[in-house]
Design a protein around this ligand. Sequence first.
Ligand code: URA
Length: 433
Amino acid sequence: MRMYDIIRRKRDGEILSEKEIQFFVRGYASGEIPDYQASALCMAIYFRGMTVEETTALTLAIRDSGDRLDFSNINGLRVDKHSTGGVGDKTSLVVAPIVASLGIKVAKMSGRGLGHTGGTIDKLEAIPGFCTDIPTAEFEEIVNRIGIAIVGQTATLAPADKSLYALRDVTATVDSMPLIASSIMGKKLAADDDCIVLDVKTGSGSFMKTEEASEELARLMVGIGKQAGKKICALLTDMDKPLGNAVGNAIEVWEAVRTLQGEGPEDLVELCIALAAHMLYLADKGDLGACERMAKEAIGSGRALATLIEMVRAQGGDVSYIETPDKLLAAKHSLDVTAPKDGYIHCVDTEGYGVAALLLGAGRNKKDDVIDHCAGIQLHAKTGDFIKAGDKIATLYTNSEATLQVARDRLLAATFLSNNAPAPRPLIYKVIE
Ligand code: URA
């Protein structure tokens, strides 16, 4: 078998066999297939798509490209959540402590930023000392002791995805349904969780821009998960505007902590409660209404925040940054972005907001770019708000002053003002079970 033929066949719209897909995934994970051939195949998949059978074969090949985790040393039900990626999406930092504080184990492997979207690992690394790369035995010990640990993908868990993820991030091949589905489900199936809640985003800030495409992705992933014997559901949720008011890394940890302190923005709180409730529901903690009440109580009582603090301490982080979250807001330079005229924010190109954050230093242009954890955006007005000329739309933060103007221009170009208020959009479109 030759990689050249596999690329050519997919380029010409042919269906790849299970053996060809395995050949590619094994070869790329082992380093025998170079980046340029893998990029070419990803681009061919991007344009030609894959059948459900090809996507399932790709998912299983990714799952089998490394070790399958065995969490039999972790006592109790393990529940995970995974988002398809968005702008300002810090729900894991809120939801995982809520669920863990209620007795469900969260042994979470998270990712880094991808394209214009942020990643939980980059966010957690904004907490000085926080270690996202800990040995499995220690990871299990922390999960058993406090109910939660969040680490990056290990070198041996779905290593094909680890390489493909970084490659896709810089080759404009992220927003492909089979590549997203196999990336997420390959990792999820390699981990040893009992239940999975997927947060599938839809709208201008997500990889799938339309509700139909997002729903198709959600159904594809739920189908693959079910086939593999997992309890799984997907919430189809809005990403036509950033989630919450903070976009970046340290600033998103700040907003997540404020949310656990009971001071979160309405949309973020609503989505976190819904995701946590579905995780608790899959873990048989009660009906959805009861699970929602439990999740709210975990915030109200401070129990979820205490769990986050314990996790940060256990993973070597400086807990004073959680106890006094304003310490996280330490960028050297800032710039207010103001409205050029009066009007409603009719809509925003949310991807453009993600790119503005990336330009400030919050994301990567190349695989090995180093992130400025202080870089980010605080939003003062969002879609549907009426603003007057000169009102602040956002404040930009960075340690690299030279990025401020270009990020400002990007954010303004992504903000569309109108005399008419936009029709409201739901935050949660539907749940796919
Ligand atoms: N999250 C992932 O893990 N993979 C993708 O491809 C997109 C989002």
